[in-house]
Design a protein around this ligand. Structure first.
Ligand code: ZN
Length: 102
């Protein structure tokens, strides 16, 4: 069994790795959906393995269902209503609603 400190250290490392992966996706030039999706799968593996919660901005940048990276107008349709934002994944059709004032 791993010591508690070791677990924390690994978790911190994974968190840094996740942030780096998101940064890499955002700076892809030119943007490449396949590469972005591949990075995203790594992010997902790391976050589930180490039980890391993603930052809310990052959580909204991809589809929870098919793990496609969301680009407004390309792979996601974003609609803003009075108190919520509705994301429709254009890859798998999943709908995600985010309530703004809750
Ligand atoms: Zn999807």
């Amino acid at each position: 069994m791993k010591a508690e400190g070791e677990k924390k250290r690994l978790q911190r490392q994974a968190t840094t790795r996740i942030e780096t992966l998101f940064a890499q996706i955002r700076t892809l030039k030119p943007f490449n959906q396949e590469v972005a999706d591949r990075y995203l799968r790594l992010v997902w593996q790391l976050s589930t393995k180490h039980k890391i919660r993603l930052a809310s901005a990052n959580k909204r940048s991809f589809c929870r269902k098919c793990k496609s990276y969301w680009r407004p107008g390309k792979t996601v349709r974003v609609r803003v209503q009075k108190s919520r934002i509705i994301y429709t994944c254009l890859v798998c059709g999943a709908i995600r609603r985010i309530h703004l004032h809750s």
